[in-house]
Design a protein around this ligand. Structure first.
Ligand SMILES: [Fe+2]
Length: 391
């Protein structure tokens, strides 16, 4: 049955191609800005990527008027302000974000300050605080996970570094997303696995969300298919451009899907263990995805079963399970194989979560914004029993 109402708004132009980052002339001409600030991080600088992209941008006929390479691993308000100051000082007309979710989110928020001025936290945190388009933002992801290059969301730590501030606005959608799998070949196997499991979690949670639409579910299912088909190849051989390209595409598809359909209690639990126990987001989702699906199973059985044709890696016996269980088992098996390969944890105890913190994690899960979108009510006591299963 179709939902009674849905909307779909995804104006970010997505271009894909191995080596595309060196051939952006036509795309940048359409974006229009002439003077760009390049935003990236020091890890990528060591790999020489910002310099390579700066040269490509100059070759494409635009000016790189400055760079801001001090985006921290989990970006915070101070970095956003410094980035915006660099953009203002250089009289930038647009931003190019080269990096993972933290870099792209920093550029999104710096774009607010560059375009509108004001105070990031007081004036713009929350949803729907912008009134008009910002200066152009070109997002070039170097990880295949968050999908931030196609979403209207950004997450930034507050000044104390303890609270995650969220920003959500249609004007935060990047102008252009450049998917070049050559930029992801240096991503180590562990990060390849955990970021892809984050993308898989976006796809699966958005697929079973009460907010789903036929448009979001098509993108989510496509992302699930690509991740199951290519993740292990990318982990085994980081230079496999076909696999890298599939994961990069899947992350963007899942990003568009969850931008519209939202995510639920798996992300709620992941945010909670991230905040309370500093477990990286992708690693947390990878552990918690099967358990969150078990929590929701009774109300999402039919929808979850719709993903069964897109998963892989089941034994002949497991193929006989009903569709919803095939999906949960296939995800558990995938995580198990990545665990056996030494690139992914499958238990909370293995990522530094103290058992006595589980009750606090359950309470924080209930309070997380994702609870609002979860297919069934998020109840602390029941979440706790699933957290124990994940322990
Ligand atoms: Fe996520």
């Amino acid at each position: 049955m179709l939902p009674l109402f849905f909307e779909f708004h995804s104006p970010t132009k997505v271009v894909y191609g191995p080596g595309l980052v060196t051939d952006l002339q036509a795309e940048l001409a359409q974006v229009g800005a002439r003077r760009y600030l390049l935003v990236s991080d020091r890890g990528l600088e060591k790999l020489g990527l910002p310099a390579r992209v700066a040269t490509s941008l100059e070759d494409a006929g635009v000016e790189v008027v400055g760079s801001f390479l001090d985006v921290p691993e989990n970006s915070e308000v101070g970095a956003v302000r410094a980035c915006a100051e660099a953009a203002v000082a250089a009289a930038a007309e647009g931003l190019v974000a080269l990096g993972g979710g933290s870099v792209i989110d920093t550029a999104k928020c710096a774009d607010i300050l560059l375009s509108e001025g004001g105070d990031l936290v007081d004036d713009y945190s929350g949803a729907g605080t912008l009134t008009r388009p910002l200066k152009p933002l070109v997002a070039i992801p170097t990880t295949a996970g968050t999908g931030s290059e196609v979403t209207q969301a950004a997450v930034i730590l507050d000044e104390a570094g303890s609270v995650k501030l969220s920003f959500s606005d249609k004007f935060l959608l990047p102008t252009l997303a450049v998917l070049d799998p050559e930029l992801t070949v240096s991503l180590p196997p562990r990060l390849t696995a955990s970021t892809a499991m984050d993308a898989l979690t976006h796809a699966v949670e958005s697929y079973v969300s009460p907010q789903w639409s036929p448009m979001s579910e098509a993108l989510a299912a496509g992302a699930v298919r690509l991740i199951f088909a290519h993740l292990e190849a990318a982990v085994a051989d980081g230079s496999d451009l076909e696999a890298r390209g599939a994961l990069l595409t899947a992350a963007a598809m899942a990003g568009i899907a969850f931008s519209h359909a939202m995510v639920g209690c798996v992300h709620g639990m992941a945010h909670a263990v991230g905040g309370l126990c500093h477990v990286p987001h992708g690693a947390a989702n990878a552990i918690l995805l099967p358990h969150g699906l078990a929590y929701n199973r009774e109300v999402v059985e039919e929808r979850l079963g719709g993903l069964a044709p897109f998963v892989r890696g089941l034994t002949a016996d497991e193929e006989q399970l009903d569709p919803a269980d095939r999906v949960i088992v296939a995800i558990t098996n995938l995580a198990g194989r990545l665990n056996a390969a030494g690139v992914l944890a499958t238990r909370l105890r293995d990522v530094g979560v103290p058992e006595e913190r589980l009750a606090a994690v359950a309470e924080a899960t209930v309070m997380d914004g994702t609870s609002f979108y979860n297919p069934r009510e998020v109840v602390a006591e029941e979440i706790l029993s699933h957290l124990r299963n994940a322990y």
